[in-house]
Design a protein around this ligand. Structure first.
Ligand SMILES: Cc1cc2nc3c(=O)[nH]c(=O)nc-3n(C[C@H](O)[C@H](O)[C@H](O)COP(=O)(O)O)c2cc1C
Length: 339
C-alpha cells in the first residue's frame, strides 16, 4: 500500500531545507524537538555511494526515532539502477519518504549530470521519476529550482513530474544559473500550484515569520534553510503565526547557547568529540552573531577542540552580554528594545 504522509500533515507544511554539512541528524533532532510538525530532509546523498554502502554515506542517512514523522532522505543520481537500489536501501532503514535532488547547482554535481542537470531533459527525468515512484511504497518528493536557464518550462515540468507519481514538490525560486545570486522569485511557484494538485512548497529567502506569512499565498507549505541555522525557533514561530496564536517569545541568549551546547553534545556522541568540534565551527558563527566582542569569541570558537573548553567560552559569552536575545530574523538585539 502506498503511504503518503504529505497528504495528511498539518497545513501549511513546514520543512527544514536540506543543507549539506549543516542539517545532519543532531541539528535535525533539535529542530524537531522545538517544532514537532516540521518535515526533515537529509542532506543530498549520492545513489552511487549508497548502493555501494559507502560507510560515510551510510552515516549521512542515519537518523534517530526522534526524527521520525517525518524524515526523508534526499538522493541525487542519474542512473535508474542506482536510484532503484538506493531507494531499496533507504526504504529498509525505515524512513518516511524519499526526496529527489533536481536542484543542486554545484559545478561538480551538475558537471557529472546530477542534481539540476536533470532539468535539462525534463521528459527523460519524468520517465526516471516514474520508475522510482513505481518501485517504492514510500512517497517520493522532488526538490528543484525554477529551471536550468529560465523558468519557461517550470509549469509543464511540474505537471509531468506529478504524472510520474511524485507526492510533493518543493521549488527554490532561483534558476540553476543564478545559484544563490539575486533574490528568490516566487510568482512562478504560485503558478505551478494553480496547475497541479500535489502539495507545492515554496523555498528561498524566507528569513522571518513575517516573510513566511506573506509568501505562503496559495501554496501548501514553506521550506526554510539558512534562516533556520541562525534561528532554529523559526518553525515554531511560523506555526504559531499561521494558527493565529501568539508567536512564542524570542529565545534568550541563555536558551540560544543551550541549543548550541546540546547540538555540540549530540554531534560529539555521533562523531567523537574532536571531529564534532571541527564540524561545529561553522555553526558557532551563528551563536555569536551580533554580540559585543564577537570577533574575540570567534577566534577561540574556531579553534575549540573539546566540550569542556567550549563550555568555558559559552560561560564567558553569557557573562559578557546577558542582555542580548535572538530576534525573529535571527539577529541579536537588546531585550529592553523589544517592548
Ligand atoms: C550550505 C548549503 C547546503 C545546501 N545543501 C543542499 C542539499 O544538500 N540539497 C538541496 O536540495 N539543497 C541544498 N541547499 C539549498 C537549500 O536547501 C535551499 O534551497 C536554499 O538555501 C534556499 O533556501 P533558504 O533561502 O531558505 O536558505 C543548500 C544550501 C546551503 C546554503
Amino acid at each position: 500500500m502506498k503511504r503518503n504522509f504529505w497528504k495528511e500533515i498539518p497545513r501549511p507544511i513546514l520543512t527544514l531545507a536540506p543543507m549539506a554539512g549543516y542539517t545532519e541528524s543532531p541539528f535535525r533532532r533539535l529542530v524537531k524537538a522545538i517544532e514537532p510538525s516540521v518535515v526533515l530532509i537529509s542532506e543530498l546523498v549520492s545513489t552511487e555511494a549508497l548502493r555501494h554502502r559507502n560507510e560515510k554515506t551510510m552515516q549521512l542517512v542515519e537518523f534517530t526515532p526522534e526524527e521520525k514523522d517525518f524524515y526523508c532522505v534526499q538522493l541525487f543520481g542519474k542512473e535508474e539502477t542506482s536510484f532503484l537500489e538506493a531507494v531499496k536501501i533507504v526504504e529498509d532503514l525505515g524512513v518516511d519518504g524519499i526526496d529527489l535532488n533536481l536542484g543542486c547547482p554545484s559545478p561538480k554535481i551538475v558537471g557529472s549530470g546530477h542534481g539540476s542537470a536533470l532539468l535539462r531533459d525534463p521528459d527523460a527525468t519524468a520517465r526516471l521519476i516514474e520508475k522510482i515512484t513505481c518501485s517504492t511504497d514510500l512517497p517520493v518528493s522532488v526538490k528543484t529550482r525554477l529551471g536550468f536557464y529560465d523558468d519557461r518550462n517550470l509549469v509543464q515540468t511540474a505537471k509531468s513530474f506529478e504524472s510520474a507519481g511524485i507526492a510533493s514538490l518543493a521549488i527554490h525560486g532561483r534558476t540553476t544559473q543564478q545559484k544563490f545570486s539575486g533574490s528568490a522569485q516566487w510568482e512562478k511557484i504560485y503558478e505551478v500550484k494553480e496547475n497541479v494538485s500535489i502539495p507545492v512548497l515554496g523555498n528561498g529567502d524566507v528569513t522571518s515569520v513575517k516573510i513566511a506569512v506573506q509568501r505562503l499565498k496559495n501554496l501548501d507549505g514553506i521550506m526554510i534553510g539558512r534562516a533556520a541555522l541562525r534561528n532554529p525557533w523559526i518553525f515554531a514561530q511560523c506555526r504559531a503565526a499561521f494558527e493565529g496564536k501568539t508567536i512564542p517569545p524570542k529565545p534568550s541568549l541563555e536558551q540560544q547557547i543551550d541549543f548550541f551546547r546540546r547540538h555540540a553534545q549530540l554531534a560529539a556522541q555521533m562523531k567523537g568529540e574532536k571531529w564534532a568540534m571541527i564540524e561545529m565551527r561553522k555553526h558557532f558563527a551563528h551563536c555569536i552573531r551580533g554580540i559585543r566582542g564577537a570577533a574575540r569569541f570567534r577566534d577561540r570558537l574556531i579553534r575549540v577542540s573539546g566540550l569542556d573548553e567550549l563550555e568555558e567560552i559559552f560561560q564567558e559569552i553569557l557573562l559578557t552580554e546577558p542582555e542580548k536575545t535572538i530576534t525573529e530574523t535571527g539577529d541579536l538585539r537588546d531585550r529592553k528594545n523589544q517592548k
